[in-house]
Design a binder for this molecule. Structure first.
Ligand SMILES: O=C(O)c1ccccc1NCC(=O)[C@H](O)[C@H](O)COP(=O)(O)O
Length: 263
């Protein structure tokens, strides 16, 4: 089970980090934090003027695809996303399976204006403080990786720190967890994180069950404008896209095309 494996590895790293840099130490650096979190609601909610909100992902590798992009410079990619009109960036910070690095958040935050998502396997409040210190505006919380109680506690602590969370679901059980925890932003991941199977009709089935007040993000397997248009028509506000962009030479043009702009 890959998700269990990633979480077990994350726990080992976490114990080491907590010894090396105790929470009190990390917390102290918040006094000098140059990166207060920014409002992500207004950039992710679809409007008439800007219907297709894009969260563009920076990821070198993944368990299902291996290395996706050899020529990988996170800041260059972030700038291309800015040029293409991305609304927010999703930055993989998990080091072993996605070849990410938490330092990418700080590097990118200095140079691009869009809100940043810390995309990782968050199971502990320590990682939320870390996300804030390194410059994240919002974090990923995966419903399947957490109990109801854990999800609620982590979500509330995220808000306490002034950040937001994208709460990711893959079925009705996850959705119920997300609603009970009080999630404002719900991501429907078309990818099953255990089997890697894709179900592109999942958004169609789950969106009608989500209260209107929530911001809805369609995640994974998105590569053409027709898909974005269809998912928007069934109620999605924003679209999380990784692999498609990571495989492009001209990332900015690919982003514009995905939004339906003529390039
Ligand atoms: O993608 C994987 O192999 C994976 C495995 C285990 C946990 C998470 C995983 N991926 C995270 C994601 O779902 C994607 O990075 C994200 O939604 C973007 O998807 P895509 O556009 O298909 O790269």
């Amino acid at each position: 089970m890959i998700l269990d494996e990633i979480i077990a590895r994350t726990k080992v790293d976490l114990e080491r980090k907590k010894k090396e840099f105790p929470l009190e130490w990390l917390g102290r650096s918040l006094a000098y934090n140059p990166f207060p979190p920014r409002d992500v609601h207004k950039v992710l909610k679809s409007t008439k003027e800007n219907p297709y909100r894009i969260i563009a992902e920076i990821k070198k590798a993944s368990p299902s695809k291996g290395v996706i992009r050899e020529d990988f410079d996170p800041l260059t990619i972030a700038k291309a996303y800015e040029e293409g009109g991305a609304d927010a960036l999703s930055i993989l910070t998990e080091p072993h399976y996605f070849k990410g690095d938490i330092e990418y958040l700080t590097q990118i935050r200095r140079y691009v204006p869009m809100p940043l998502l810390r995309k990782d396997f968050i199971i502990d409040k320590y990682q939320l403080v870390e996300a804030l210190v390194y410059g994240a505006d919002f974090v990923l919380l995966i419903a399947k990786a957490l109990t109801r109680k854990q999800l609620k506690e982590l979500l509330e602590y995220t808000w306490h720190l002034g950040m937001e969370a994208l709460v990711e679901i893959h079925d009705k059980k996850d959705l119920i967890k997300a609603i009970f925890a009080g999630a404002n932003i719900i991501g429907i991941n078309h990818r099953n994180l255990e089997t890697f199977e894709m179900d592109m009709s999942l958004s169609e089935r789950l969106i009608p069950l989500i209260p209107n007040s929530k911001i809805i993000v369609a995640e994974s397997g998105i590569y053409e404008h027709e898909q974005v248009k269809h998912l928007h028509d069934v109620g999605a506000d924003a679209f999380l896209v990784g692999e498609h962009f990571m495989r492009q030479d001209d990332i900015a043009s690919a982003l514009k095309k995905l939004k339906g702009e003529t390039v």
